[in-house]
Design a protein around this ligand. Structure first.
Ligand code: PLP
Length: 379
């Protein structure tokens, strides 16, 4: 059976060409980049080429630095551990990925004051609410670029400038989790964005590789301490293969950004148009072209997901995934105040650099027929 993979916000298939190009760093050039002999120095040079390219992808060469990390989660943790200070506060929001939200919660347990801004109905951060929570004791404001559940795109350039204008505190940092945006939509780093976190495996890189952009004038502290790799900011012998493969995959993403955007837009529009409106609601119409969040009205997303899987379509649900009693449904989805009829039937379809329209045509047939037969079963 043909598998149609529409769960690219969870992870993407590694870019084969990038893997092939990086293979030399597995067997041939396997040396330790910290070694003093020529082979080590050459590898360090390669990593610096990759680092500079990452900065160039976001036009940040003159304003920002970049370190490789082990994942998006690590980058987010590093920023929060660095910026959260006793007797000060940090401002996040209810829609953040667990790698931000749960770190904020853990800091709260340690006595840091954490303020959570609301989301709007279209899944974005409520800017007025966010700004109202910021004061001169705020040391960190964190707003994700593209929400991984709703696909909502936060206008982070304008949010960052509003945040900076709101506080007198020069040590109030603006952090953006860019994991669902990097290599997917056109974007350039700006002065008001102090930190920008990215991850390889959402864009054809391999799992376990990520990166953190930070402003040049910030004396960032390490999160992983040890041998002093990555300019002393991320110790641990470098994942040369992983970092180089991430760089090569990103080269391909940036080269094809517009073409890919065009394709995923076509895919998303096709599915939106052909889903039966008696079966499905489209929840966040203005969202990223890479994410389509829908609700199967009065049906259970979890049950539907497995029926879709039987037909070869892989996607994800937005239903509650933990026993956390506070959130009956997915925390982010719940924060957008969707109706009860929709809340249990949320499905997320997400497209990637290798998704085709043909696959989406088949996907929509499967979506309609599975929802129809589930509805028939329960009525
Ligand atoms: N932030 C967002 C918005 C994500 O979607 C993810 C992954 O799902 C992460 C952070 C974590 O990235 P990683 O899997 O590299 O730790």
């Amino acid at each position: 059976m043909q598998i149609i993979y529409l769960d690219n916000a969870a992870t993407s298939k590694p870019d084969e060409q990038a893997v092939e190009r990086a293979m030399e760093f597995l067997y041939e050039n396997f040396y330790n980049p910290s070694a003093r002999y020529r082979q080590g120095v050459l590898l360090q040079n390669q990593l610096d080429i990759a680092r500079n390219a990452m900065l160039a992808f976001l036009n940040g060469q003159s304003t920002h630095n970049f370190i490789f990390t082990s994942c998006g989660t690590e980058g987010n943790n590093q920023v929060f551990q660095f910026a959260a200070k006793a007797n000060k506060n940090i401002v996040v929001n209810l829609g953040e990925h667990p790698s931000v939200y749960n770190v904020a919660k853990a800091l709260e347990q340690k006595g840091i004051e954490v303020r959570f801004a609301k989301l709007t109905r279209d899944g974005k951060v409520d800017i007025d609410d966010l700004l109202s929570l910021i004061d001169d004791k705020t040391t960190l404001v964190s707003v994700m670029h593209i929400n991984n559940e709703t696909g909502a795109i936060n206008d982070i350039e304008s949010i960052a400038s509003l945040v900076k204008a709101k506080t007198e505190n020069r040590r109030c940092y603006m952090h953006v989790d860019g994991v669902q945006a990097f290599g997917k939509i056109p974007f350039a780093l700006e002065d008001n964005i102090d930190f920008y976190t990215v991850s390889a495996h959402k864009v054809g890189g391999i799992k376990g590789v990520g990166g953190l952009f930070y402003k040049k004038n910030i004396a960032l502290a390490p999160f992983v301490v040890g041998g002093g790799q990555e300019m002393g900011l991320r110790s641990g012998t470098e994942n040369v293969f992983g970092n180089m493969q991430f760089y090569y995959a990103m080269q391909n993403r940036m080269l094809n950004l517009e073409r890919c955007l065009q394709t995923v837009k076509e895919c998303k529009t096709y599915i939106e148009k052909h889903l039966e409106s008696t079966l499905y609601t489209i929840l966040y119409p203005q969202s990223s072209p890479y994410i389509l969040t829908i609700a199967a009205v009065h049906l259970r997303g979890e049950v539907l997901l497995h029926m879709l899987e039987e037909e070869g379509l892989l996607c994800s649900t937005g239903s509650a995934c933990s026993s956390n009693a506070k959130y009956k449904y997915n925390r982010t989805i719940q924060a957008t105040a969707i109706s009860k009829a929709n809340a249990e039937g949320v499905l997320r379809l997400s497209f990637g650099y290798n998704t085709s329209l043909e696959e989406c045509k088949r996907a929509v047939e499967i979506l309609n027929s599975c929802a129809k037969s589930l509805k028939a079963k329960i009525l």
